[in-house]
Design a protein around this ligand. Structure first.
Ligand SMILES: Cc1cc2nc3c(=O)[nH]c(=O)nc-3n(C[C@H](O)[C@H](O)[C@H](O)COP(=O)(O)OP(=O)(O)OC[C@H]3O[C@@H](n4cnc5c(N)ncnc54)[C@H](O)[C@@H]3O)c2cc1C
Length: 478
């Protein structure tokens, strides 16, 4: 019997796993996909929100501000990309300026530092590509951008190094209460545990409702995006939001930590918890909306589109804590935006709750730091030449758009909770994330995966399950 099973390898589950690994306990994280960061945590705006949106006094507001404040330290300890570039909420109608003032007040109540309203002149000085329509803006210097894959995978790797077991391709189908714990029926067999942490994203209501009479309901709220090439990455230097509406923070324009430009998201309530396909209407809507705040958006530079699903709980609040009528069952539910920003604080909160409930002792062997994948392009010419001398695979470029080497891909495969699919390699190294969107490097990455995992190329998938790319090689058929 495990002490703790965490359901879900998104940013919330992985942050909880990392923080719980500070304690002595037998912990397992189960994830239905072939990798961590395969749900909502892989498809979002990647903003470290400053914290002026959420309702003062709400858990969402508290964890947003805490998470934002923790981000520099956590990104330093776990070596993932984070930049505090600042954000602006722009207003295009004089009569709406009072809405900026309301946001400013809310931000102050939530404890957001250095927030202020800037007039049209200063707004355009800060961000020359704002449209002439912009009359004022709320400027939040503490807003930032983060790599959502980098953060989630860093939490997972650090948790694994500290003893957390990761069971991937393991889908929880049912949960039953037993004396002193729970039995989880999965597609890989039965698992028993004293405590369950339910971090299943858009499916968290399903598991909560299996054990509790007080039902919750989560609506998947789809957000479509366009990602623009790095040639467009400098079009703005802050995250630019419109004024928020009843569906959320609106269509933003932002640079990413990797130098691309991101435009999105939409906010469309749907029923299907797996429906992450984009639609033409959604993408057309983005282009029109984003153009109100930012002039001359180079939309011809779009290299891909994608969508993510917000886990919108009916009361628009994070639900974190032991379920009243289900002892030992801890919800981490309704983690919609700003869930990514809040993740470091969510991890600590969950670990406090669970360690308190179980009376866990500290793990004296806990290792708090982790190094990310070595990026040779960050080295000097001399350092790179030395590296290639010792490890020639760092001289073999596999992804020409992002200049990713075989050495980086090997590292991605062989580290804890390593990559097992093309998308797994992509999220860890960026191989396939560039302008050609894996057109050239896929076969070469597949060859490396097959060789290193001792399987046939035909067994390599894009993203696990039945997403195989080839049925075999011509050579095998001769
Ligand atoms: C459009 C959009 C924009 C956003 N922008 C931002 C932003 O800019 N800043 C910000 O702070 N937040 C943002 N968010 C919110 C943020 O992305 C989420 O709050 C966060 O990723 C949620 O993480 P999670 O771990 O709860 O869920 P997920 O990442 O979805 O993880 C849940 C995991 O549970 C697994 N799972 C589900 N069912 C089972 C099962 N039966 N068995 C085993 N495993 C299972 C899933 O496969 C998944 O991997 C945005 C969200 C969206 C959709």
């Amino acid at each position: 019997m495990y002490d703790i099973i965490i359901i879900g390898g998104g940013v919330a589950g992985c942050a909880a796993a990392r923080e719980l690994s500070r304690y002595k306990a037998n912990i397992c994280l189960v994830e239905k996909e072939e990798d961590v960061c395969a749900g909502t945590s892989k498809a979002n705006s990647a903003i470290a929100h400053a914290g002026y949106d959420a309702e003062p006094g709400s858990l969402m507001a508290k964890l947003n501000v805490q998470g934002n404040q923790m981000m520099d330290a956590v990104a330093g300890e776990l070596d993932f990309p984070f930049e505090r570039i600042g954000s602006m909420v722009v207003c295009i109608h004089e009569e709406d300026i009072y809405k900026l003032e309301e946001l400013l007040e809310r931000g102050k109540k939530n404890g957001v530092k250095d927030l202020r309203i800037v007039d049209a002149k200063e707004a355009h000085e800060l961000e020359p590509n704002l449209t002439e329509q912009v009359v004022a803006a709320l400027y939040a210097p503490t807003g930032g951008i983060v790599c959502p894959f980098g953060m989630t995978i860093a939490f997972a790797e650090n948790a694994a190094v500290n003893g957390v077991e990761f069971k991937l391709n393991t889908e929880v189908e049912n949960i039953q209460k037993i004396d002193g714990g729970y039995v989880l029926t999965t597609n890989q067999g039965i698992l028993e545990t004293k405590v369950v942490v339910n971090a299943a994203g858009v499916y968290a209501d399903r598991f909560h409702n299996m054990v509790s009479e007080e039902k919750i309901h989560i609506t998947p709220r789809r957000g479509d995006y366009c990602l623009l090439d790095k040639t467009a990455g400098n079009h703005v230097s802050h995250t630019i939001f419109p004024l928020p509406d009843q569906f959320g923070k609106g269509v933003l324009v932002t640079p990413t930590v990797h130098g691309n430009l991101l435009v999105g998201p939409t906010a469309i309530d749907i029923e299907d918890k797996e429906a992450t396909a984009t639609t033409r209407e959604g993408l057309d809507f983005l282009t029109g909306k984003a153009g109100e705040a930012v002039a001359d958006l180079p939309m011809r530079q779009v290299i891909t589109s994608f969508a993510g699903l917000r886990a919108h709980e009916d009361h628009h609040e994070f639900i974190i804590g032991e379920v009243k009528d289900a002892k030992g069952f801890v919800d981490v539910a309704g983690i919609e935006s700003p869930g990514l920003t809040s993740a470091p604080a969510i991890g600590v909160m969950v670990a406090d709750i669970v360690s308190g409930m179980m009376g866990l002792a500290e793990n004296p062997d806990f290792i708090g730091t982790r190094r990310g994948i070595l990026n040779p392009s960050e080295l000097s010419k001399e350092e790179r030449a030395k590296l290639i001398e010792v490890k020639p695979e760092y001289g073999n470029i596999i992804c020409r758009c992002e200049m990713i080497t075989e050495g980086e891909i090997l590292d991605a495969i062989h580290r804890p909770v390593g990559a097992r699919s093309l998308d797994g390699v992509k999220r860890r190294t960026r191989a396939g994330m560039g302008r050609c969107q894996a057109g050239f490097c896929s076969p070469r990455t597949m060859e490396i995966l097959a060789r290193e995992l001792h399987v046939s190329m035909a067994d390599i998938t894009k993203s696990g399950g039945d997403s195989k790319l080839i049925v075999g090689t011509v050579k095998d058929r001769l």
